[in-house]
Ligand binder design. Structure first.
Ligand code: ZN
Length: 166
């Protein structure tokens, strides 16, 4: 006999609606008017401060949690660096806030965000756009289920049809 998990724990796929606000109460991001967010608990799919607050939360729970930068998208690090626009393909759309991956000195790709675009340069920022921000989440737990073997191996949830992003 298997039991259906009723609360967020390692190895469960949790579906939530959330609203994220900044210190001024302005909404930064929200799932409420679109699809809920599904994540695999314990796999680092969501910021550490929110994942910790989710631990043990039951279906139907509604709560608020304030996450400091260190448990969110990190403190701000180095300032953005200019890269000549000519280093990018001509047909590439260079939009503010777009995430790119660049190869580091060790050959490993790491994320950067476009923080500014001028005629000559593109400013690339290693900081997540929300680095340094205190995150105010309002969360409702919609459902919890046991993750499948595939999901556990991949470290993220798959769609209801079983293949999601693949
Ligand atoms: Zn996968």
């Amino acid at each position: 006999m298997t039991t259906t998990p009723q609360a967020a724990a390692d190895g469960t796929v949790v579906s939530i609606h959330y609203t994220l606000r900044d210190d001024d109460g302005d909404v930064i991001d929200s799932s409420v008017d679109s699809e809920p967010l599904d994540y695999l608990h314990g796999a680092g799919n969501i910021v550490p401060g929110l994942e910790a607050a989710m631990e043990g939360k039951a279906v139907g729970a509604k709560f608020k949690v304030t996450v400091p930068p260190a448990d969110g998208y990190g403190e701000r690090g180095p300032d953005p660096k200019p890269v000549p626009r000519s280093a990018f393909p001509d047909d590439m759309e260079l939009e503010l806030g777009t995430q790119l991956f660049v190869r580091g000195p060790d050959g490993e790709p790491f994320p950067v965000w476009i923080a500014g675009v001028s005629d000559e340069d593109v400013m690339l920022d290693q900081n997540h756009p929300l680095a340094g921000a205190t995150l105010h989440f309002e969360v409702e737990v919609l459902s919890v289920r046991a993750a499948t073997k595939d999901e556990l191996e991949h470290g993220h949830p798959h769609g209801p049809d079983g293949h999601g992003h693949h």
